[in-house]
Design a protein around this ligand. Structure first.
Ligand code: ATP
Ligand code: MG
Length: 568
């Protein structure tokens, strides 16, 4: 490819609306252009990267025994009603009507469709197990599309679905996919950590996410991990709490004045007690209905855990006006109220002689106990956000925290879809049984962006060779210099002949401009033909390390050809 013909427009500056590195770099280097919120054009360079990731995924999925198919992007409401998700899936589901008024949605995921395919075609135990996958665009009307390709509304995903006759079979396939995922991400030049996670809207019980660890804002997930093998997303992480004072010194229960104590800190100071003696009440709105959450004063609520505790879809914290309308009280004095759904975190269960809001402004109950002045709610479960330094439940050591970008995940679905959709096969005794299913996703476009987050410097992207849009660029410093041009063209032709994807920068531009573009776009190898060609040398640069050396043209070509051949 000639640089003069390559469809790419690099920008002088980073786009002003981009917050994270991958978004900034991919726009500036001419890989993507925004069409509308969360929807991007993948320009030729980007498409090459995406196809490479897709092909790695394809090779490893095929090697693992899965079979590729392609399902439609538009899905009918009826199947979603069978699974019960038409009503249950939140605002992310993009619903539409056709000209006959039939309701449809844009596929955010394909459990319903694949289950219907299986139920038509997999009728006997003899046909199982099967793992089917596709690579396709998905649409989710994300509440906050941001960070470019990391959280788009339209994005490319590989989604695979397995069908087994037993839980053991499913677990075996789960391990098989785990292995395939480890290979896929390694081949894409990414270090990943598999962490336990919440199963969210897709459902099921056991699931793991593959995280690219990054300390930057691009990592939207907090990952808690330990020196032992424990690692979990914050929405699923558990811990043991260190000892704390949870039995108050109050000798009798009474209502005391606590003027203007709007926060836990203010209340602690006013009463001169540690926050571990306070039962804190927070108001959430889950699927438009209020839910009160109780937790020890020094701890925070984990919203996904709370959502799961009440079996909801959508959760947010209540705002000031709502709290007043509901409880006739303001923040700081909220307490449990009969008639509302209340969930207590396990931390409050063993507290005694505690302090608690009683829905009266400027007052609190002190010396209260469960079963006496106030009832312990029916739902008592873990809704607590783990904090670094709390203790690992596996080995007792303090947990550490880091941030991660979820590039893939694997779920054990069990019969969550096959049962309601009556998707069955006949077992050895001729009895109808629901499939035991698993599902396995990889964000193809998110993986590309994560690779940029993991490989860049201030000058631009450093693509891993395996997913780079082109492997190498050959730069003649002066296109007017015949000898330089001839050597550059020879190298270029040799590279192409040996299967290297190369670009020759034939533009009549200053060398500085050419070098800048090469660094920004992130070609893994750069071969520059300049004045030193009179001594038989070219400049060879490895983008990952920025190492440069003066070597013979044929040696430079040889290094690149060998590296590319080693990819296979
Ligand atoms: P997240 O928690 O980040 O929203 P998810 O749990 O909703 O992800 P899945 O439904 O399991 O994701 O989808 C499988 C994969 O698709 C994810 O691991 C991720 O790599 C990718 N993915 C999900 N949502 C998006 C998005 N909005 N933009 C880009 N990739 C996405
Ligand atoms: Mg999501």
């Amino acid at each position: 490819m000639k640089m003069s013909k390559l469809f790419v427009q690099t920008l002088r500056e980073f786009p002003s609306d981009a917050e994270v590195i991958s978004h900034k770099m991919l726009v500036r280097a001419g890989f993507i252009r925004k069409l509308t919120s969360g929807v991007y054009n993948y320009l030729p360079l980007m498409w090459r990267v995406l196809k490479k990731i897709e092909n790695i995924v394809r090779e490893e999925m095929d090697f693992a025994g899965a079979q590729e198919l392609l399902m439609p992007f538009v899905q009918p409401k009826e199947l979603w009603e069978e699974s019960g998700r038409w009503g249950a899936y939140g605002g992310e589901l993009m619903r539409l009507k056709d000209r006959h008024g039939r309701e449809m949605c844009l596929g955010p995921t394909h459990e319903e469709i694949i289950t219907a395919i299986a139920r038509d075609g997999l009728k006997s135990y003899k046909q199982l197990p099967v793992n089917l996958y596709q690579i396709q665009s998905k649409f989710r009307d994300e509440r906050r599309p941001r960070f470019g390709l990391l959280r788009g509304r339209e994005f490319i995903m590989k989604d695979a679905y397995s069908f087994d006759t037993t839980q053991e079979g499913l677990e075996k396939e789960y391990q098989n996919m785990w292995k395939a995922y480890s290979k896929i991400f390694k081949r894409c030049g990414l270090d990943t950590k598999a962490v336990q996670s919440d199963s969210g809207a897709i459902g099921g019980s056991v699931s793991h996410e593959f995280m690219v660890i990054t300390e930057t804002d691009a990592g939207e997930n907090d990952v808690f991990y330990c020196d032992c093998d424990y690692a979990a997303n914050s929405n699923h992480a558990v811990s043991k709490l260190p000892e704390a004072k949870i039995i108050g010194d109050y000798t009798k229960a009474e209502i005391v004045d606590t003027p203007s104590t709007h926060s836990i800190e203010e209340l602690c100071e006013f009463l001169n007690i540690p926050s571990t003696l306070i039962v804190k009440t927070l108001v959430y709105i889950v699927d438009k209905k209020p839910v009160l959450a109780l937790i020890r004063g020094d701890k925070q609520i984990e919203e996904t855990k709370l959502l799961n505790a009440v079996g909801g879809v959508d959760i947010r914290i209540a705002v000031a006006g709502e709290i007043e309308e509901l409880l006739n009280v303001e923040k700081g004095f909220i307490g449990p109220k009969e008639g509302l759904t209340i969930v207590a975190d396990e931390t409050v269960k063993d507290m005694k002689n505690f302090v608690i809001g009683i829905n009266q402004i400027d007052k609190h109950g002190v010396g209260y106990n469960w079963g006496a002045e106030v009832q312990l709610p029916e739902i008592v479960t873990d809704i607590r956000l783990v904090e670094a330094g709390e203790l690992c439940t596996q080995c007792g050591k303090p947990l550490k925290v880091t941030r991660g970008i979820e590039v893939g995940n694997i779920f054990q679905l069990g019969t969550k879809y096959s049962k309601p959709m009556n998707a069955v096969y006949l077992d050895q005794n001729g009895k109808a049984q629901p499939y035991v299913m698993g599902c396995y996703g990889i964000g193809i476009s998110r993986t590309a962006a994560a690779a940029v987050e993991a490989h860049y410097d201030e000058k631009g992207i450093k693509w891993p060779l395996s997913i780079a849009p082109y492997h190498a660029i050959v730069i003649p410093v002066s296109t007017k210099d015949e000898q330089q041009m001839k050597v550059a063209e020879d190298i270029y032709k040799t590279l192409i002949k040996h299967g290297v994807e190369a670009v020759i920068d034939d533009r009549d531009e200053r060398p500085g401009v050419k070098f800048k573009d090469a660094d920004l776009i992130g070609f893994p190898y750069r071969i520059t033909v300049g004045k030193s060609i009179s001594e038989g040398l070219v400049e060879f640069k490895v983008r990952e390390t920025d190492e440069m050396s003066a070597i013979k043209p044929e040696d430079a070509a040889e290094i690149v050809i060998t590296a590319v051949n080693n990819l296979k």
